[in-house]
Write a protein that binds this ligand. Structure first.
Ligand SMILES: *[C@@H]1O[C@H](CO)[C@@H](O)[C@H](O)[C@H]1NC(C)=O
Length: 363
């Protein structure tokens, strides 16, 4: 019976092309089951203050809300913001040039059913809490981030330890400082789709979880797709990604890192360009460490999601990943990638980027 159910579910997933989808039209992956603030009250953020009436902190303080923005610019956080369950954050509702937070962590820790779209989270070292991340969804469930921009995380850019049913799609995850890490995922299942990862030491992601990793572009890594010596047994669909080395890359073959025989992998269509020569001309790299090779994707939706080749993903992701409209930090991240090996720094602080507003860029 269970076998049959699984089979029917797989067929339905193939017909629809995605998993169950509640978050928003076009939502993909395991986090697409998130219902966010659907059916709740629309609350509009009317100022950029850290707290008080009309602030973002106040707006997210209660469940069953859809958060819209009547203001643009950075909200400078004085302390972490803890989101409530069952909320949708519609950054795309903000007037141009868009909305973001700086100097503190956004936390979905312990919460469930959250949708975040078109939102910038740039912690940086104005946050004195170095053990915090730009976005934390530890012990959460049913979370989707789409077209978000995450930068200058101190602990991780995205911390997702013990997070269940998560998607990070079409986002820019750049320039982590502090530990200089991208995303730490444990729990899962997790979908990472169409993201641009720029200049990190490691964890792009570190995943101790069953994972879909599709159409990602990783630039100037020291290590990219990673499990850990302490990992349990997990499955990974790694499809049509492009790994591109930069000046900080010390060991180019660490596009797959610590992928041992405890891991089972279905890897196809992945390219690595390790020449640092300003031209994109990579080679197929589908041998993932000493991982066990799977004959088919562990999740039946993965192949359907991998519509773009790695080369097509490079063009599409550079054109449209991250929050829209694209701002100074994201434009810098993309232009860094476009040097294709000529420039790129793994930073220790945001100011070293030389961007305006102490490195946070001007919104
Ligand atoms: C995760 O999503 C599946 C559907 O894909 C659902 O059955 C399960 O309950 C979800 N887990 C949690 C913790 O909500």
């Amino acid at each position: 019976m269970l076998r049959n159910l699984k089979f029917v579910t797989a067929i339905l997933a193939i017909i629809s092309g995605t998993v169950a989808q509640n978050a928003f039209e076009g939502a993909i992956g395991f986090g697409a089951v998130s219902t966010g603030g659907n059916g709740g009250t629309v609350v509009t953020v009317t100022n950029l203050e850290d707290s008080g009436a009309g602030s973002f902190r106040d707006a997210v303080s209660q469940s069953n809300r859809i958060i819209n923005f009547a203001v643009a610019g950075y909200i400078v956080l004085k302390s972490p913001v803890s989101l409530s369950s069952h909320i949708t954050i519609n950054g795309q509702s903000a007037p141009s040039p868009g909305i973001g937070v700086m100097a503190g962590e956004i936390s979905a820790s312990g919460k469930n059913n959250i949708v975040i779209r078109n939102f910038r989270m740039r912690q940086g070292n104005l946050d004195k809490q170095t053990g915090k991340s730009a976005f934390n969804m530890g012990e959460s469930s049913n979370i989707i981030l789409d077209h978000c921009s995450v930068a200058y995380g101190q602990w991780d850019s995205i911390d997702a330890v013990k997070a269940v049913n998560i998607t990070v799609s079409n986002s820019i995850i750049a320039f982590p400082i502090g530990q200089q890490f991208g995303a730490h995922i444990e729990g899962g299942p997790a979908t990472l789709y169409g993201n641009l990862w720029v200049s990190a030491h490691n964890r792009q992601p570190l995943t101790k979880s069953n994972t879909q990793y599709i159409n990602n572009i990783v630039y100037n890594y020291q290590a990219a797709y990673t499990t850990a010596e302490t990992s349990g047994y997990f499955s990974h669909d790694i499809l049509n990604n492009y790994f591109i080395t930069g000046p900080s890359t010390t060991n180019p073959s660490n596009y797959y890192y610590q992928m041992n025989e405890k891991q089972s992998v279905y890897a196809h269509g992945n390219y690595a360009d390790t020449k640092n020569d300003g031209v994109l001309a990579g080679a197929l790299e589908n041998k993932v460490g000493s991982a066990v090779v799977l004959d088919a994707a562990w999740d039946p939706t993965s192949v359907g999601l991998a519509k773009l080749t790695a080369l097509e993903a490079y063009t599409a992701v550079l054109a449209s990943a991250g929050a829209s409209p694209r701002d100074e930090v994201d434009a810098f991240a993309v232009s860094t990638v476009k040097t294709l090996g000529k420039s790129g720094v793994i930073y220790t602080n945001q100011a070293s980027t030389g961007l305006s507003n102490g490195g946070y860029g001007t919104l």
